[in-house]
Ligand binder design. Structure first.
Ligand SMILES: Nc1ncnc2c1ncn2[C@@H]1O[C@H](COP(=O)(O)OP(=O)(O)OP(=O)(O)O)[C@@H](O)[C@H]1O
Ligand SMILES: [Mg+2]
Length: 359
């Protein structure tokens, strides 16, 4: 479930339902694990993995507790993987990493099995015509047996990881620096999404749409950040919101900008202008010209601007950008997606009032 943080931003915590895992970066990366010694990727993907599988499937079969313990173990191991990568020249570390990768690979298979069953359950539930079959499939004894079986398997998997973790005669330090595992060039995102492909985000979408349309927000232009770890579905959620009918009706102008690494005021303004006018601004225009053009586009209009994938933690840069965007009509909103709680907090500090609705 999403959490309303103390600073008023939406923290996307709920794991993806079972389907996305199949298409996520994790499933692609795992194939590479056997070939490459790249524990940076392992850390990144295991982090996603730990959260992605901690929701419906667990509740369904009562294996929640086992999976929770398992994900905790995965995250404690993940914490030292960056250091392990740096120390790969040490043969013992290298062998240990190989064992860990094998274990994670098997864990992935197990979770895949559970996911497939969960998917089957959902499909069968939706298909009322097979009511009898569904009843048998979901009979208490069937569920219980499956739950127990899976619970044992997950437990065994966790014990294997715990043993690998303990079987370490070298010291590894915990590192949490997310920036180090970012890909050098992040893919540009866009506002297009096939709503049918998105599963289990209806409530989140409603909550965000509700907040964006909330007439009681005092500021003319206010910021709502969506925060969550990589791969959790922040961009997807923002895309859903962006294409929502109520949003379409409410906002005069909708703008989508993929920010990523480069929080450069000029570049962002150029991107906003390109989105607003459907034309790339001429090269080498002065900031003054761009700022004036931006004013023309947004001033007096109720706009929704999505700033996707923001990493900037510099408050001053935020203030400058926000100043340029202040001219929007009352009810204008900036929706920010970010992995960083700090970024989310900063977007709140540079607002004169907190976004209401998630407090
Ligand atoms: N609710 C969902 N249903 C189906 N697929 C989803 C859902 N949410 C996300 N996905 C898929 O999972 C993948 C990652 O999602 P997304 O890019 O939205 O994550 P993110 O939180 O924005 O990640 P990052 O922090 O890297 O920007 C994408 O392939 C996306 O299509
Ligand atoms: Mg994203």
């Amino acid at each position: 479930m999403e959490k309303r943080g103390p600073h008023g931003f939406l923290s996307v915590q709920r794991a993806m339902p079972v389907f996305p895992h199949k298409h996520s970066i994790y499933s692609i990366l795992t194939k590479k694990w056997r070939k490459e010694l790249c524990s940076t990727l392992l850390r990144e993907s295991s982090g996603n993995w730990a959260t992605k599988h901690s929701n419906e499937i667990l509740l369904i079969w009562g294996v929640k507790d086992e999976i929770r313990k398992f994900t905790e173990t995965v995250s404690t191991i993940s914490a030292v993987l960056l250091d392990a990568e740096a120390k790969q020249h040490n043969n013992e570390v290298k062998v240990w990493l190989e064992r860990l990768k094998d274990a994670m690979f098997d864990a992935d298979d197990l979770l895949d099995d559970i996911s497939t069953e969960a998917l089957r359950r959902e499909v069968m539930t939706r298909n009322n015509k097979k009511a009898k079959e569904v009843r048998i499939f979901f009979s208490t004894s069937n569920q219980l047996a499956y739950g127990l079986q899976m619970g044992h398997k997950v437990k065994a998997m966790r014990e294997r990881l715990v043993a690998i973790k303990a079987d370490r005669e070298f010291h590894l330090e915990e590192r949490y620096e997310d920036r180090q595992v970012r890909y050098k060039a992040r893919e540009q995102t866009h506002s297009v999404v096939r709503a049918d492909d998105v599963i289990g985000r209806e409530d989140d979408k409603k909550a965000i749409v509700g907040s964006l349309l909330n007439p009681n927000v005092k500021e003319d232009v206010s910021v709502l950040p969506i925060v969550g770890i990589g791969g959790l579905g922040k961009t997807t959620l923002a895309q859903l919101v962006f294409n929502d009918e109520e949003i379409n009706k409410h906002f005069e102008k909708k703008l989508w900008v993929c920010v990523s690494d480069n929080f450069d005021e000029k570049i962002i303004v150029e991107k906003i202008l390109e989105c607003a006018t459907k034309n790339k601004p001429a090269e080498n225009l002065q900031m003054n010209t761009l700022a004036n053009d931006l004013h023309k586009e947004v001033n007096g209009k109720r706009y929704l601007l999505v700033l996707d994938d923001v990493w900037n933690e510099d408050l001053e840069k935020w203030r400058k950008l926000k100043d340029l965007l202040m001219g929007g009509a009352s009810g204008s909103r900036i929706l920010v997606t970010t992995r960083s709680i700090k970024v989310a907090q900063i977007t709140q500090y540079c607002s004169t009032a907190l976004v209401k609705g998630f407090r």
